[in-house]
Design a protein around this ligand. Sequence first.
Ligand code: PFF
Length: 456
Amino acid sequence: MVERANFGSKLGVILATAGSAVGLGNVWRFPYMAGENGGAVFIMIYINCVVVLGIPCMISEFIVGRHGQSNTARAYQKLSGGTPWTLIGYMGVLTGFLITGYYAVVSGWCLQYVWASLIGHLQGDPAYFKTYFTELSTDPVKPVLWTVIILGVTYLIIEHGVRNGIERASKMLMPTLFILLLIIVGASCILPNADKGIEFLFKPDWSKLTAEVFLGALGQSFYSLSIAMGCLCTYASYFSRTTNLTRSASQIALIDCLVAILAGLMIFPAAFSVGVNPDSGPSLIFITLPNVFQQAFSSLPVVGYCISLLFFILLSLAALTSLMSLHEVSTAFIHEEMRMSRKKAALVVTISTSVIGAFCSLSMGAVDGLTIFGKSLFDWFDFITGQIFLPIVGFLTCIFIGWFVPHHIVRGEFTNNGDLRSRRYIRLFYIFIFLVKYICPLAILVIFLHQFGLLK
Ligand code: PFF
């Protein structure tokens, strides 16, 4: 039997999985969500959601993946003994596959912005930035080309396998990402009036706390930790038997939160410094921010140029490491289930997700008729994966682990077959089971019902 690939070191496990978690969700989604939802209050609630709900859900997926030592669909099948619970695994793979194409479109925009910054096209008045983004996202050629390029780069990494591809790339990309982050945070925080932005991020105004803030933070924590898309399960299938699942999940969550908060520290001090309100929603990064950087460093245009360039490089690297993990979900599935070589499987995934990405991109305005019930394909993918599949897979995984998988198996994985037998781990195990059985499914159900207006 061919030995299954695995990560070669603990650092590899942490950096690769943190690479999956750290992505557009941290640098793009988190800052605008925090900006729209009261800043510090959102962050406090967010951190609590990560600890109480995110980490247990992460550990649950790790348990399925490491126990199964196979792609997500097979891993659920093994643990469920072939019962209908297997379907959760298939749904996870499908979610990961569908989201890859649409995530690649946004990642492609990031690459286009790197290029535009490099050649000095990201300069102009505020209206110019808006027009620039609208023209880019509705262009029939450019975004499709960038989508294919970023998927091509992902392919080149993935085809080298788990250790030589994913692990090696993560070990280079993640430290680079941190360094870029620190440089931009430093530049942003020394701007005049930067303290207002820092206050916005760290001084909670509890009057801003609403159900919306709470639910927004909950949804964001799942998205940001890559929960319910097959990624964590697939990566955990490459963990060794001695990987401490609880510690790894906590370290990954910590890195993910740190990057999100540092992303806030890059953006808000600069925005407040030039008097721009950071509540512009999804367009924050692509329309508001280039303008903010330009204005904030107007006395030193070279610095503004460099910061803008570094920022979009950072964004692209973050997107790439997440894209790698999404791509790997389907690659592992096709490689193992359809008995195709890894390279061929990766190629099939790259081509098919490029087609999905191209349609998503064209549906943003370049081609008429790519809308269904008035929504573009891009929005449909976002909606179906993020708002329907993600909560369903997350909910069912918790119910599966909490209620159906025999506790001795769950405990065996949690404690590395009894190697972690200190009292602390036994206590942690009971807390974990309690959260996964009751609190996590309930919280996911609440988000699900709320987003369809069934819970006011
Ligand atoms: N966690 C990634 C981010 O924050 O951008 C997004 C993501 C990647 C979600 C991989 C799900 C996933 F499986």
